[in-house]
Write a protein that binds this ligand. Structure first.
Ligand code: SAM
Length: 306
């Protein structure tokens, strides 16, 4: 139990190194099952010793047959083995959860990011909602404000600040958001907003089917897409784009944050992914972070088919 406690403590302290976590959990499971097996042998040897004592020192032998549930023979061994089995099973469950969370098994793109947003949703929502749409996205404000209705897809829509503005300005909007707490908060914060919310995520966006969009918006979310998934993600977005549609992306330029799956992004990388897909990238300037983080800047870009 002490060994297990130590290993689990190690797991809790190495949140950013999932491989190490999985190794520690595997070690804990193997060690617990090993000790469980060792107890069979230990108890067997003890039994033989008791039998020997009974034969050769009958006067000093204390017979303890135990009739009750808790006093019967093998109770101590059984309880220890049960605890060891439970600890091994818990380690296995945690190990599988970690592997799913890391994306090594199953489709769990951005699952650590989503887990982070689930935990922090309420606090983050206050900050997100403080920024008016026109400050967050002046370019979109000009392109969409007072214009005929367009179909818009917002991927990683968060608390719905942007999609709400677009919808009340007459556009038809679908908001994709994998974080359940954000989807719930969005419906409370913007109760009458005619936005359709979908639980989906990049790179696959499996639930989006035939519709084509005039604008696809990725505000502060591209950095969550793993670099190896980015070509597939952009290819998927292109299939959802109307022939004259545009993809609007704000790129986070700043240090990576492994704990919430924020990977480095650059304009050049995105341009290179877009080129073979026939998407041309236009830059619209770098801006300070509106939440006041000095180490982070935001670059607005638009991808379109020439
Ligand atoms: C920094 S928040 C930005 C929210 C909102 N777009 C805004 O500008 O306020 C990033 C959002 O991306 C979502 N997200 C993370 N990974 C995603 C993925 N693979 N596909 C779609 N959304 C994702 C998160 O749940 C979160 O709502």
């Amino acid at each position: 139990m002490t060994l297990t406690g130590g290993l689990w403590f190690g797991v809790s302290k190495s949140e950013t190194v999932p491989l190490f976590q999985v190794c520690l959990l595997a070690l804990a499971a193997i060690a617990n099952l090993g000790l469980l097996a060792v107890l069979f042998r230990l108890r067997y040897v003890m039994q033989r010793h008791l039998e020997w004592l009974e034969t050769f020192n009958a006067d000093g032998f204390v017979d303890a047959p135990g009739r009750g549930f808790l006093t019967r023979p093998f109770m101590v061994r059984s309880i220890f083995q049960m605890l060891l089995f439970l600890a091994a099973a818990t380690s296995c469950v945690l190990m599988i959860g970690t592997m799913i969370g890391t994306g090594w098994i199953g489709d769990a793109s951005s699952s650590r990011a989503v887990a982070f947003y689930e935990r922090q949703a309420k606090d983050l929502a206050e900050n997100y909602e403080l920024i008016p749409f026109e400050h967050a996205h002046p370019l979109l404000f000009n392109e969409l404000g007072g214009k005929p209705p367009m179909s818009i897809l917002d991927v990683g829509a968060g608390t719905g600040r942007d999609v709400n503005w677009m919808a009340i300005n007459g556009h038809s909007v679908i908001a994709v958001e994998p974080t359940a707490s954000f989807r719930v908060l969005a419906t409370h914060l913007h109760p009458n907003s005619p936005v359709q919310w979908v639980d989906d995520r990049l790179p696959k966006l499996e639930k989006m089917t035939v519709q084509r969009f005039d604008w696809i918006v990725l505000s502060a979310m591209w950095m969550h897409v793993h670099p190896k998934d980015r070509p597939a993600a952009l290819t998927r977005l292109k299939t959802l784009l109307a022939p004259v549609g545009k993809i609007y992306i704000t790129l986070r330029l700043g240090p990576p944050e492994p704990i919430r799956e924020i990977y480095p992004v650059t304009v050049e990388e995105l341009r290179n992914i877009g080129r073979p897909l026939g998407l041309e990238l236009q830059e619209f300037g770098e801006r300070e972070d509106l939440l006041g983080r000095s180490e982070i800047k935001w670059q607005t870009v638009v991808l379109s088919q020439p």
